[in-house]
Design a protein around this ligand. Sequence first.
Ligand SMILES: Nc1ncnc2c1ncn2[C@@H]1O[C@H](COP(=O)(O)OP(=O)(O)OP(=O)(O)O)[C@@H](O)[C@H]1O
Length: 253
Amino acid sequence: MLEIYKLSKSFQSGILKKQKTQAVQEVSFCIPDGKTFGIVGNSGCGKSTIARMLLSLIRPDAGEIRIDGKDILTAPKRNRQALSRKIQIIFQHPESSLDPSKKIRYSLMEPMIIHRMYDKAGREKRMRELLELVDIPETLLTHYPHQISGGEAQRIMIARALTLEPGILVLDEPTSMLDVSIQAQMMTLLKELQKKLGLSYLFISHDMDVVKWFCDEIAVMKEGTFVEQGDAEQIIKNPQHPFTKELLENFRI
Ligand SMILES: Nc1ncnc2c1ncn2[C@@H]1O[C@H](COP(=O)(O)OP(=O)(O)OP(=O)(O)O)[C@@H](O)[C@H]1O
């Protein structure tokens, strides 16, 4: 279970750091095990800043990030690494997330080696289990990233994220760079994996149709705050906030 409470982050930029942007302001939400929470909003509203805080890439100014009741931000240093490993991300551009000079086998093994997970035989076994889960043939292990398709690269990235046994995946527009025909396959795979592994997803997207099908709950984000949040289908069917209505209108055009 992921619980986010009053998370805030501002950035200072410009000459003498005089310009302040409140990127995220007191957002709270909760994702139970096996559920999907979606964040929708225009470019620059703060979605990636939330993702970066969850992945411990930047530190929030205030708030709490609790995984199974334990706050990552105040946990002792020795526990923090294990806790932050529980949240992994799938990016928009799978090709650029894979090292072009390394074979697929290396990309799958690397996180387990860095985090000293399993012995050699255990890592091999885990890698093969994951390949089967994401439906990728073992023959691809000896390929380089430029020798595989966008859809295959995204499956490999999902397997790579799962090597660390996370409970939560942040899906940052995971299919927006793929062909429409592959997008549906990928979303179905993500649903299957969620069911099999009990994963929680934080899904960042612009596509209202996908959000409605994929998410249990959503938040509509504008200028750093959630203007509306709750059951996905309910919000899309009966939006209350003018900004949500505007987003839905623009999407339908
Ligand atoms: N490192 C930074 N320094 C200064 N301002 C930043 C920094 N990172 C983000 N911002 C600002 O914070 C706000 C939120 O940015 P963020 O990247 O979270 O938006 P987003 O909703 O993810 O946008 P997109 O959909 O385009 O990726 C924006 O106004 C952005 O310019």
